[in-house]
Design a protein around this ligand. Sequence first.
Ligand code: ADP
Length: 261
Amino acid sequence: KPITTDMVTLTQEIDKYARDKKYEIESLQVREEYRKEFLGNISHELKTPLFTVQSYILTLIDGAADDKNIREKYLDRASKGVERLIFIVNDLDMITKLEVGDLSLKIEEFDIVELVSNVFEMFEMKASKKRITLTFDRLYTEPIYVNADKERIQQVLTNLIVNSIKYGHDKGTTEVSIENLIKNKVIVRVTDNGEGITQNNIPRLFERFYRVDRSGSRKEGGSGLGLAIVKHIIEAHDEKIYVESDLGVGSEFSFTLEKTK
Ligand code: ADP
């Protein structure tokens, strides 16, 4: 009977509408929570270096500037604080663009072996200061061509290598390796024998501003945005990022890329 059918259809539609609305409201609430947390985190991260800079400047104004040594020391510290602010704002800018989808990828063919070597060169000094050895398996005498956004992949490698140095032990090692996978893929691994991460922290590592040991990490500088940026870039390529880590043993971050040949 047409009327019954119509009633059933109507009821189903009303139900569906109610479900959709409920879902819409719930996801709006979640987004609002997320937004509040994000804003709270930004102001927290910015406040620390801002107060530092302000305190050095105020002390200088109060008379500390008269002594040449103290003046230089305080100006240097204030300048480091400003550097840190710039670093955080740059990371924020990058993550905002990535999240809004404003940052289109420039996919090109390039040699990933060469890129890893170049990034290594940039960080050899920083690593040697902590007596950390950077090793890149010299098995790769041949180029390995991939299709990806070179500049962004450089950023990914940089963030992972910087972390392995930051959270590495004195006289530790950071090793990068590239391995062929099936189906035209390679996997790039950045492995360290540093402090490692407890299992319960692993799922949250890629969240914006998430840091395992807030006080310890802060001593090392950083914005807590590095891994969030890494994840966005790799996922924008439709590739995967993995992490394996053991407290006190070390960590391995790896990601896949598409080979051209
Ligand atoms: P941060 O600026 O704090 O380094 P990231 O997003 O790059 O921010 O990393 C988030 C957190 O993950 C770090 O604060 C640190 O606790 C942990 N972490 C990242 N890489 C490593 C690593 N190689 N070894 C140990 N812990 C790491």
